[in-house]
Design a protein around this ligand. Structure first.
Ligand code: TRP
Length: 385
C-alpha cells in the first residue's frame, strides 16, 4: 500500500479509495459485464449498476447456480451500533439471491470481534447484537434456509473450528494483512471469520458459497481461501462478491459510518427524519442558485440523492435515466431530486420497519434461525462430548 495515498483493511479505511487499485492490491478481480449478466433475473440494481464491482471465483458460483446445485451465501455483521442503510444492502442482496436460487444464507454475528475492536463493554455489545439481529430478521429471509450464528453464544461450534484454522495463520501474516492488532483477541479473530466463511460447507458438505461484502473485508476472505486450500478440509474456497462503500450523505467517497460529523440514515428513521437528513446533508451536484441550475444543470454523478436512487432505491432503469437526464438539463431541481430520493428511501424503510414490528419475542424469533440440533451435531461430531 506504499505508492497509494489510501489504506483499506478490515479495521481502517483512510484516504481517497481507488477502487480498482484496491482489487489489484488484494489480488481480487473486477466483476465483468458478462458475469453481471449471468446473475438471476431481474438483475438487482446493486449488481447491474455496479456497487458490487469485484470478486473472486464469481464464475464458479454462477456455474453452480446454472447447474441447479445447492449454493450458499455468507454475510455477517459486527454489532457495535445501530444499523444504517449502508449496512443492509449486502443482506438485501443475499435475500434477493436466496429468493431466486434457494441458497442457504449464513449470517454470523461477530460480537467478539467488535468487543476486541471497540471501546465498549461486553454488555453493550450484547445489546447491539440483539438489536442488529432483530434488524436482520426483519429483512425477511426464509428461516428454513437461514442461520444466524453468534460467536459468543455459539462458541461450542465456532471455537473448535477456529482453533483448527488458527494454527494455519502466522502472526506475521495477520500483522501484514490487518496491521498490528491491538490485542490478542484481534490476532485470533481472523480464524473465527474464516470459520464463518466455511460454515455452510462444514454443515452441508462441499458446495459453492459466496460472500457479498464491502471490499474492506476482502482480506478475511483471502486468508480464509488460503486456509481452505490447505490439506484436509474438503471444501471449495469461498467466492467473493465485493462492493464499493455505500455513498455517505456528505459524499466524500469514504466508508459510510456513524458519527456526528457523518450523518447517516438509520433503519429506524421515520419519514420526516429521512427527508430532513437528505435535504440538509446529502451532497448536491446541483448549482448554487436556481437560475444557474436551470441554465447549467446539475451533475448526477456526484449527487448523493441520485446515487442512493441509482445504487439501490430506484429499481426502474427508465426512471433513473429520466432523473439523470432531467437533472443534467436543469429541469429537475436539487430539492425535487432530494424529495424523490427521500420518498423512495422512506418507502423502503417503512416496509422494513413493518416487518420488524411484526416480529414477536426475541428468543422465539431467533430460535427459527439458530442451528438445528442436527446441524450442531454435524459441526461438533469429532469432539469428546
Ligand atoms: N467482520 C465483519 C464486519 O466487521 C462482520 C462479519 C463477521 C462478516 N463475519 C462475517 C462479514 C462473515 C461477512 C462475512 O463488518
Amino acid at each position: 500500500m506504499t505508492d497509494d495515498d489510501f489504506t483499506v483493511t478490515p479495521y481502517a479505511v483512510q484516504g481517497d479509495v481507488d477502487y480498482e487499485r484496491v482489487l489489484d492490491q488484494f489480488g481480487a478481480d473486477e466483476l465483468t459485464e458478462a458475469e453481471r449478466e449471468r446473475f438471476p433475473e431481474p438483475l438487482h440494481p446493486l449488481i447491474k449498476r455496479g456497487i458490487f464491482y469485484g470478486g473472486r471465483d464469481v464464475e464458479a458460483y454462477l456455474d453452480a447456480i446454472d447447474e441447479d446445485e445447492q449454493v450458499s451465501i455468507v454475510t455477517g455483521r459486527g454489532p457495535s451500533g445501530p444499523m444504517h442503510i449502508g449496512h443492509v444492502f449486502p443482506l438485501y442482496l443475499a435475500k434477493y439471491l436466496q429468493d431466486r436460487t434457494g441458497a442457504h444464507v449464513y449470517i454470523p454475528i461477530s460480537d467478539d470481534e467488535k468487543y476486541f475492536a471497540k471501546d465498549q463493554d461486553f454488555d453493550d455489545i450484547q445489546g447491539w447484537a440483539k438489536d442488529n439481529i432483530t434488524e436482520i430478521m426483519a429483512v425477511g429471509f426464509d428461516p428454513e434456509k437461514t442461520r444466524i450464528v453468534v460467536d459468543s453464544a455459539d462458541a461450542d461450534v465456532i471455537y473448535p473450528w477456529a482453533a483448527k484454522f488458527a494454527k494455519r495463520y502466522t502472526q506475521s501474516t495477520v500483522n501484514a494483512t490487518y496491521g498490528d492488532p491491538d490485542n490478542v483477541g484481534l490476532s485470533f479473530y481472523p480464524a473465527v471469520q474464516a470459520t464463518h466463511l466455511l460454515l455452510p460447507q462444514l454443515v452441508h458438505g462441499r458446495h459453492r458459497t459466496i460472500v457479498p461484502i464491502a471490499v474492506d473485508q476482502d482480506p478475511h476472505i483471502r486468508l480464509c481461501r488460503d486456509v481452505a486450500a490447505k490439506e484436509d478440509y474438503d471444501v471449495h474456497k469461498p467466492s467473493a462478491l465485493l462492493s464499493r462503500f455505500f455513498p455517505q450523505l456528505k459524499g466524500d467517497g469514504g466508508k459510510m459510518s456513524s458519527s456526528d460529523q457523518n450523518p447517516t440514515i438509520y433503519l429506524s428513521d421515520d419519514r420526516e427524519t429521512v427527508r430532513e437528513k437528505i435535504q440538509t446533508y446529502a451532497f448536491s451536484g446541483g448549482q448554487t442558485s436556481l437560475e444557474e441550475h436551470r441554465e447549467k444543470g446539475g451533475d448526477p454523478d456526484v449527487d448523493v440523492a441520485y446515487q442512493l436512487l441509482y445504487y439501490f432505491f430506484e429499481e426502474d432503469d427508465a426512471k433513473v435515466e429520466e432523473l439523470a437526464a432531467e437533472y443534467r438539463s436543469g429541469e429537475l431541481l436539487t430539492g425535487e431530486l432530494k424529495n424523490y430520493a427521500a420518498d423512495k428511501v422512506s418507502d423502503f424503510l417503512e416496509q422494513h420497519q413493518e416487518r420488524k414490528a411484526a416480529l414477536g419475542d426475541f428468543h422465539e424469533e431467533i430460535s427459527e434461525y439458530t442451528l438445528t440440533d442436527e446441524e450442531r451435531a454435524t459441526l461438533t461430531e469429532d469432539l469428546l462430548y
